[in-house]
Design a protein around this ligand. Structure first.
Ligand SMILES: [Zn+2]
Length: 89
């Protein structure tokens, strides 16, 4: 009879040990998920990229290529994508 009790106690011990380990791994997974969500949420650089992307575009009078206005080379009222395309005087 004491043998059966011994094995029962052992089985219970193993059962609780496995259960606590499972709980630990579940907690770790939840924490990892939360950290991933936090990492995904805060950075919002897409808006800044959209601002850059929506910068005014100009058309080169020489090659017809569209380029951002910040790179404009205006000469005699015309816009050029680079000094190389601007007419030399
Ligand atoms: Zn050009």
């Amino acid at each position: 009879m004491t043998r059966i009790l011994f094995w029962l106690a052992l089985a219970l011990l193993v059962y609780f040990a496995i259960r606590s380990k499972l709980k630990q791994s579940q907690r770790r997974q939840e924490e990892a998920r939360r950290q991933q969500q936090q990492q995904q949420q805060p950075p919002q650089p897409s808006e800044q990229r959209q601002v850059v992307a929506s910068e005014e575009m100009l058309r080169c009078a020489q090659c017809g290529v569209y380029f951002p206005a910040s790179e404009n080379v205006p000469i005699e009222g015309r816009d050029y994508c680079s000094p190389a395309h601007a007419p030399l005087k």
